[in-house]
Design a protein around this ligand. Structure first.
Ligand SMILES: [Zn+2]
Length: 202
């Protein structure tokens, strides 16, 4: 046993350089292990940070989606309001057009009213002229002056003719006339047939 120990001691003593190298290796290994531990812990930290960032990224993405849909809603409402505004503008234009038409109609109405007043004035003037003896007759004046009955002859006053005789009379029983046989004709037609006015009743 002692011999073996001394043999190893001898071996180490003989190979001093070997022991130095193995010591160096040991130190290197230690450093490597320490570095690995440091690296791993750092990596873990970094991984945790990445996960946190991932979560906050996901949150931001959700928020972005929400804002996007809100924006879409607002955009739609804005479009709707724009359409309504356009509708209102169209209606306003229609109202303006109708107002213009109304103004024009009002103007026409005023003009026609003025013409109507002018015509009324002319009619009353003509009626006055007619009353004062001009030859111009309104239809109403003609029909009121033609009220004698019987003969269908028109134009001028009516006279009476006896059954015999060459005179016309203003009454059906002038002198010895038999009123039952007297007939009525217009004065012009009596004169055109050669009758003369009776000197008693004319
Ligand atoms: Zn007579």
């Amino acid at each position: 046993m002692d011999t073996k120990k001394s043999k190893i001691k001898q071996y180490f003593q003989k190979n001093e350089s070997l022991s130095i190298i193995s010591g160096c290796l040991l130190i290197c290994l230690l450093i490597f292990v320490i570095l690995t531990v440091i690296f791993l812990s750092g990596y873990e930290n970094a991984l945790q940070g990445i996960q946190e960032k991932q979560i906050s990224y996901n949150n931001l993405e959700d928020e972005f989606t929400n804002l996007n849909s809100q924006y879409d809603n607002l955009k739609r409402r804005y479009d709707n309001l724009q359409d309504e505004i356009n509708d209102y503008k169209d209606q306003q234009n229609l109202i303006d057009n109708l107002n213009n038409e109304l103004l024009e109609l009002q103007k026409n109405y005023d003009q026609l009213s003025a013409e109507n007043a002018d015509l009324k004035e002319q009619i009353s003037e003509l009626e006055n002229n007619n009353d004062s003896g001009s030859g111009w007759h309104l239809p109403s004046a003609v029909s009121s002056s033609n009220q004698t009955s019987g003969d269908s002859d028109s134009g001028g006053e009516m006279v009476w003719l006896s059954e015999t005789g060459s005179k016309y009379h203003s009454i059906p029983d002038c002198g010895n006339m038999n009123p039952n046989n007297a007939r009525q004709v217009s004065r012009s037609s009596a004169e055109s047939q050669g009758y003369d006015a009776c000197s008693k009743c004319w």
